[in-house]
Design a protein around this ligand. Structure first.
Ligand code: GLN
Length: 532
């Protein structure tokens, strides 16, 4: 029988539920179980694609082109669970499905209600997630915090779900156990209240995971056990990881979390080898040195806005054995930009900071400092090259200047003079053919790759020949329409721009080749600086 693990959060938000569930999933996967993961989000947006990254963090894109919550990025980094449309659902989508069905007359005149119609649709999605990938264990994260009005239908749905499959479900509740300095002790009361609220909805947690600053004593765990009706062996702590989030699975396994989960679900629990993850944490703890990367972006105050980019950089640093320092650059002034070992311009929309990004690209190109441009960052590389090297001082992206005289980045419809065709996003995975001899080809070590997209504007092929003749290598193309996917500066140690988002496909155990080579180029630049 397929098993289901649900995780809910209480006391405060941002406890790292997604990351914790991903860690548990990774451990179960290592133990040989085929897993699937699902994120249920209580907000009413039909997808997070239109949500402000300031507020919501990064939009993570799957191969099948779904714009999802950033927690799916954690799932990708820790596991090999297939991620698709079936891995995510928001209240907005669920209501949308039910209301459309009602409009279609499918409910035959019945009163349509949260219970059972919304809850049925939620349950259907949970079942579907396991079915599409034929998983043995489905791990489901309920977004939000216990006590929120929004998440009630989800909680009711998982209560019913368990009632229907009592042997096959397990509930994990994650809480926060704060240390009160004034009292000189940790406080379990918020956890007690959170579990009380959960129980009043009809959900009895099987496992309580307490986020805390330092390990909880047996006494505290026993107290939580008594007040929350959970055996003391099922109360675990998750101490704030001091070095890296990649310590979390190690921490959980050491305490026997998955052993407990397996026992309760009647699954066989084998010993696993975590030396690969131990080595990752070891490398992070004992780096050979530090390199500094400047990120020139727009949403830098929000630490999750470029989550996958930061993680992928970290993976590259792990491969190089270096520590990585990230410098956020939002200035338009060239003098504020200088000094880092390399620069990354991430994806983005709109004009803000555009000129500052161009300055960064100019600095990198002329000073031969490593540069990695992602999506908008590739467009920056191309526009700067056109202005400085091709002598097209009016070159621009039509996103920033709709009437640009030299629209080297434009909508496909503008390139073809077709009205009303542009405007829709190119989303999800597309194949790309790499040119031999390019830096991209050297990184991937293969000619055929597939990467995920989320953009509207493209390199304008009208400028292709001119650009190539003058030292811009167009090293990756999507054959249909001959779209340029990768542009590199030829006479440069490492200046690569990609129209896609490689950061979505990087893992600590398998750093993305472009991030790996970018960090390597930064290390080389750093050493050269040190010796000159
Ligand atoms: N705004 C640019 C476009 O739509 C880049 C998008 C991005 O960086 N994700 O093409």
């Amino acid at each position: 029988m397929r098993k289901y693990i649900f995780i809910t959060g209480g006391v405060v938000s941002s406890l790292g539920k997604g990351l914790t569930l991903a860690s548990i999933a990774m451990l179960l996967e290592k133990k040989g179980f085929k897993i699937a993961m699902l994120k249920l989000d209580p907000y009413l947006n039909v997808d997070p694609g239109t949500m402000n990254p300031f507020e919501h963090g990064e939009v993570y894109v799957t191969d099948d082109g779904v714009e999802t919550d950033l927690d799916l990025g954690h799932y990708y980094r820790y596991t090999t669970a297939p991620l698709s449309r079936a891995s995510t659902a928001t209240s907005g989508q669920i209501y949308d499905t039910v209301i459309k069905r009602e409009r279609h007359g499918d409910y035959l005149g019945k009163t349509v209600q949260v219970i059972p119609h919304i809850t049925d649709e939620i349950k259907k999605r949970i079942v579907a997630c396991g079915e599409v990938s034929d998983a043995e264990v489905v791990l489901v994260e309920i977004g939000g915090t216990i006590g929120d009005i929004e998440s009630l239908p989800f909680l009711e749905a998982i209560r019913q779900f368990r009632y229907e499959r009592p042997q096959d479900c397990l509930n994990i509740h994650m809480t926060y156990v704060p240390y009160l300095k004034a009292a000189g002790e940790v406080k379990t009361k918020p956890t007690q209240h959170s579990v009380q609220t959960l129980r009043s909805i009809g959900i009895l947690p099987d496992l309580i995971l307490c986020r805390c600053e330092s390990s909880l004593s047996t006494e505290i765990k026993e107290k939580i056990s008594l007040f929350c009706n959970v055996p003391a062996e099922s109360v675990f702590d998750e101490v704030d990881a001091d070095t890296s989030i990649y310590e979390v699975p190690l921490m959980l396994e050491r305490q026997g979390v998955t052993e407990r989960i397996c026992k309760q679900l009647g699954l066989e629990c084998s010993q696993i080898d975590l030396s690969e993850w131990d080595a990752i944490v070891e490398t992070i703890k004992n780096p050979k040195g530090t390199v500094t990367v400047g990120i020139v972006g727009k949403y830098l105050q929000h630490q999750d806005a470029y989550k996958s980019v930061f993680e992928a950089l970290q993976h590259g640093a792990i491969a190089a054995g270096y520590a990585l320092q990230i410098k956020s650059l939002e200035s338009d002034k060239a003098s504020d930009i200088e000094g880092c070992d390399g620069y990354l311009v991430p994806g983005g929309f709109g004009e803000r900071g555009w000129e500052g990004k161009l300055e960064a690209a100019k600095y990198c190109r002329s000073q031969k400092v490593p540069y990695f441009g992602i999506c908008l960052g590739m467009q920056v590389l191309v526009v700067e090259f056109a202005r400085s090297v091709l002598g097209l001082s009016n070159a621009n992206s039509t996103e920033m200047e709709p009437q640009a005289q030299e629209p080297i980045i434009s909508l496909l419809s503008e390139q073809e003079n077709v009205e009303d065709m542009g405007g829709t996003m190119r989303l999800g995975a597309y194949p790309c053919l790499l040119k031999e001899g390019s830096k991209a080809h050297a990184a991937y070590g293969s000619k055929n790759i597939s990467e995920r997209h989320r953009h509207r504007y493209e390199f304008n092929n009208r400028y292709k020949e001119l650009a190539q003749k003058n030292g811009l290598q167009l090293s990756g193309t999507y054959e249909e329409g001959n779209l340029c996917e990768i542009a590199e500066i030829k006479d440069h140690p490492w200046m690569v721009g990609v129209q896609f988002h490689p950061e979505f496909k990087s893992r600590p155990t398998m750093p993305h080749p472009l991030f790996r080579d970018f960090v390597k180029a930064m290390v080389e630049h750093h050493e050269k600086k040190a010796h000159s």
